[in-house]
Design a protein around this ligand. Structure first.
Ligand code: Z5A
Length: 233
C-alpha cells in the first residue's frame, strides 16, 4: 500500500511550520482514526522538510541559509543563483531516495514542509531562472514523485515577512528585497491556478486556530477519499 505525501507551501511567515505541527498532532491524536477506520492501526504519520530532511540535507541547509557557514577569512561567499538551484535540487534528490520513497512505500502519511513548488516560486519567479529548466530539474531530483496534496498557505508577502521578522534574526533569503518576496508570492498564485487538482489554497491571514480548522477539513476529505480507495476489494 502506497502512503500519502502532503506538502505545506507558502512564503516565509505564512504559518507552514506552525500548521504542519498542528496537523501532525491532530492526525496522530484523532484524525487518522476518525478518517481511516479499520486501516488506522496500520497508519503512521511523519513530518519532514526541505531543505534539511536528511543528514546530507542538513549540511546543505546550513550552506544555503546561514551566511556564517560560508566565510572566506571575514568575507561571506555569495551563492550564485544557479548554484543555489542545484543545491536545492541535490537536497531534494537525497530526500526523495533516502526518506520520502521508503516511507511512502511502507504506507506512511508524510507531512513535508516545502517541496518542488518552492523551487519554482523562489528560484523561478523570485530569482528569475528559467521555469522550464527548473521543471526539468525537479523531475530529475524527484524521479517524478509528486505530492498527493499541497496546502498553500496564502498570505501576502508583507504580512509573512512581518511575522517572520518578529521571530528574530533573518536568514539569507529573508533578507532579500521586498520585490523578491512579492515575485515569490506571485509564483505560488500562478502554481495554484495551474494545478488546481493538487494545490489547495488556504487563507493564511486568518487566526492560527481558523487556519488549522480549514486544514483539518481538507485533510478529512482527502483521507476519506483515500480510505474509500483502500477499502475497495
Ligand atoms: N527555499 C528555496 O528557495 N527553494 C526551495 O526549493 C526550497 C526552499 C525547498 C527555508 O525554508 C528557505 O528555503 C525558505 C525558502 C527557501 N526561505 N526563506 N527564508 P523554511 O521553510 O525553513 O523557512 P521559512 O520559509 O523561512 O519558514 P518560516 O519563516 O519558518 O515561516 P513559516 O514556516 O511559514 O511560518 P511559521 O514558522 O509557522 O510562523 C512564523 C511566525 O508567525 C511565528 O512566530 C508564528 O507564531 C506566527 N504565526 C503563524 N501562524 C500565524 C497566524 N495565523 N497568525 C499570526 N501569526 C502566525
Amino acid at each position: 500500500m502506497q502512503g500519502l505525501l502532503i506538502v505545506f507551501e507558502g512564503v516565509e511567515g505564512s504559518g507552514k511550520t506552525t500548521q504542519l505541527q498542528r496537523s501532525l498532532h491532530w492526525l496522530q491524536d484523532k484524525g487518522v482514526s476518525e478518517c481511516l477506520g479499520t486501516f488506522a492501526q496500520e497508519m503512521s504519520v511523519v513530518a519532514t522538510r526541505e531543505p534539511g530532511g536528511t543528514s546530507l540535507g542538513l549540511g546543505l541547509r546550513k550552506l544555503l541559509l546561514e551566511e556564517g557557514s560560508r566565510y572566506e577569512n571575514t568575507t561571506p561567499i555569495p551563492i550564485q543563483d544557479r548554484a543555489e538551484l542545484l543545491l536545492y535540487a541535490a537536497d531534494r534528490a537525497q530526500h526523495v531516495e533516502e526518506f520520502l520513497k521508503p516511507h511512502l512505500a511502507s504506507g506512511m502519511i508524510i507531512l513535508c514542509d516545502r517541496y518542488t513548488d518552492s523551487t519554482i516560486a523562489y528560484q523561478g519567479y523570485g530569482r528569475g531562472l528559467d521555469l522550464t529548466l527548473i521543471q526539468q530539474l525537479n523531475e530529475i531530483a524527484t524521479g517524478g514523485l509528486e505530492s498527493d496534496l499541497t496546502l498553500w498557505l496564502d498570505v501576502d508577502a508583507e504580512t509573512g515577512l512581518k511575522r517572520a521578522r518578529q521571530r528574530g534574526r533573518a536568514d539569507r533569503i529573508e533578507q532579500a528585497d521586498f520585490a523578491f518576496h512579492q515575485r515569490v508570492q506571485q509564483g505560488f498564485q500562478q502554481l495554484a491556478t495551474s494545478y488546481p487538482q493538487r494545490i489547495v489554497r488556504i487563507d493564511g491571514s486568518k487566526s492560527e486556530e481558523d487556519v488549522h480548522l480549514a486544514i483539518q477539513e481538507i485533510l478529512r476529505q482527502r483521507l476519506s477519499q483515500w480510505y474509500s480507495k483502500l477499502s475497495r476489494p
